[in-house]
Write a protein that binds this ligand. Structure first.
Ligand SMILES: Cc1cc2nc3c(=O)[nH]c(=O)nc-3n(C[C@H](O)[C@H](O)[C@H](O)COP(=O)(O)OP(=O)(O)OC[C@H]3O[C@@H](n4cnc5c(N)ncnc54)[C@H](O)[C@@H]3O)c2cc1C
Length: 475
């Protein structure tokens, strides 16, 4: 009579519909499973499974799982871990544990949906499978424009989401009975090598050696720390509307992005906290708007699974990028000679995170002044951001590059020097992050005025029609 809950990007106990349902319906032990997943591609080139985690996000998941295991154990739920193809792992686990019921939180990227649907179909012959909401404010298929299609423009989408009822948040479930009921099956799986220790999952492989120290200085993964951060909202939300563009300010933005990424917080918890905060209306509105941007990115990804490497505007497939190793390396290493961008790239390298304003400027320099393919910059962010998000990262890169839905207009090329003097006037940010004595070029690796002209000329080569209907929506 075991119940299995397959955890994915929902590493929390509170406001967790799948976990709540698993515990409420259990007539015996409940076992939680998390898989470090690999991704498959079939003969038709369809991807199956979520995009494999980048190195910084893997660090986060490792630490977050470490925090989650004893909390689940307090509820009488063992957390078991595996690595590999999720369909194979699920098959082995279900064969051995023989659960009466499997629960999970839905995923929305088409490649993950394909995998989950296949697993569900296979398991349905021997067990019940229930999927639940939990990672978004609203299921993408419930959001339709008046003509029945999905949204491609942010403003009407955000209005529609804002009008939806949120519902009450779910508390942490109560402890379950029979905590050791599945022990024999689990030890068989361990002996067979299906289940592994956290240390053997490989989540900490491949990142730079110093990350473990530096990331730890900046972050405390885990649901409890996440909730403390959200509970302190009346301390950091007031002033957000004015401060959010100032990367040098200590509490410029919330920094909850990695928490939402791995589901230590649900977006409903975030929105509920904002709506009940004592901050001014303009601050609440500015912050909830960002949560709606997150939602919009996932809405787009749900309907277009190839966002991570394919431009949404097809004309951009012909964009005359000029891949250049020397320029790309200078950008990645924070040695462009352009202060704000170098500061951002060093913040990224040391803290696994970068302020939003600086992300936009760094991405603009990379794709426009340097004419490097946005996919290369997106991949670097994917590997180095603790909040690397399957929807937000590619949508944001495409937004900056001009190839996305509702994208920044192609002629908007940020001037990083003006951006620095406007948003980091006292150079607090730049001085905070660029290591003292770093060997950087005195003359920037690209001439900003000249490269801007070249970028605009290159943009004119792509379809005017494609660029003309771009709408400047954020910034
Ligand atoms: C090139 C580029 C790449 C990006 N890649 C990612 C990414 O991989 N993961 C990620 O979470 N964000 C990404 N962003 C969006 C944004 O920079 C981060 O969400 C934000 O900096 C996170 O900090 P915060 O939690 O303090 O944000 P806050 O300002 O406090 O916002 C609260 C939450 O709203 C959401 N949010 C904020 N800004 C945006 C935005 N512009 N688009 C969508 N959702 C938003 C995030 O979930 C964020 O945690 C990217 C932006 C750019 C320009």
């Amino acid at each position: 009579m075991t119940t299995l809950i397959w955890l994915r990007d929902d590493l929390r106990l509170a406001d967790h519909p799948a976990l709540t349902a698993a515990c409420a319906a259990a007539h015996g032990p409940v076992v939680a499973l998390w898989i470090h997943e690999t991704r498959r591609t079939d003969e038709e080139n369809n991807r199956h499974g979520p995009r494999p985690l980048g190195a910084a996000a893997r660090w986060w998941y490792h630490r977050s799982l470490q925090q989650l295991a004893p909390r689940l154990a307090n509820l009488g739920i063992p957390l078991v871990l595996a690595r590999g193809d999720a369909a194979n792992v699920m098959r082995r686990v279900v064969d051995t544990v023989q659960p009466t019921c499997v629960h999970w939180t839905r995923r929305y990227a088409p490649a993950a949906c394909r995998l989950d649907a296949a697993i569900k179909q296979e398991l349905n012959s021997c067990t019940e499978v229930h999927s639940h909401p939990g990672s978004l404010l609203v299921e993408p298929w419930l959001m339709q424009t008046a003509n029945g299609s999905h949204y491609q423009v942010f403003t009407p989408f955000s209005r529609a989401v804002a009008d939806l009822p949120l519902g009450a948040l779910l508390p942490e479930p109560s402890p379950v009975d029979a905590p050791d009921g599945a022990a024999t099956a689990l030890s068989t799986l361990r002996e067979d090598g299906v289940l592994q220790n956290l240390e053997d999952l490989g989540l900490l492989d491949d990142g730079p050696a110093w990350w473990d120290d530096t990331l730890e200085q900046h972050w405390e993964p885990g649901e409890l720390a996440a909730r403390q951060q959200l509970d302190a909202i009346d301390g950091w939300l007031p002033g957000y509307a004015k401060r959010r563009d100032l990367p040098g300010e200590e509490r410029s933005t919330s920094r909850i992005s990695p928490r939402l990424r791995c589901g230590e917080l649900s977006p409903r918890q975030a929105l509920t906290a904002a709506r009940s905060s004592t901050a001014a209306g303009e601050d609440i509105a500015a912050w909830t708007r960002q949560l709606y941007w997150r939602e919009f990115c996932w809405h787009l990804l749900h309907y277009r699974g190839d966002l991570e490497d394919t431009p949404m505007r097809s004309a951009f497939a012909e964009f005359p990028y000029r891949p250049d190793d020397h320029l790309a390396r200078a950008w990645r290493q924070g040695r462009t000679g352009i202060d704000l961008v170098d500061g951002g790239m060093w913040q990224l390298w040391q803290a696994g995170w970068m302020h939003n304003r600086v992300r936009m400027v760094a991405a603009s320099l990379f794709t426009k002044n340097m004419l490097q393919p946005w996919q290369d910059g997106e991949q670097w962010f994917w590997d180095t951001l603790v909040d690397a998000d399957e929807a937000i990262n590619p949508v944001s890169w495409q937004w900056v590059a001009g190839s996305g839905a509702d994208a920044a207009p192609y002629f908007r090329v940020f001037n990083p020097e003006l951006q620095r003097s406007r948003f980091d006037p006292r150079s607090c940010y730049v001085e905070r992050w660029i290591p003292a004595g770093l060997d950087r070029p005195i003359v920037p690796v690209v001439n900003l005025a000249e490269s801007r002209r070249e970028a605009l000329a290159a943009y004119q080569q792509v379809s005017a029609a494609s660029a003309a209907d771009a709408r400047p929506e954020r910034g």
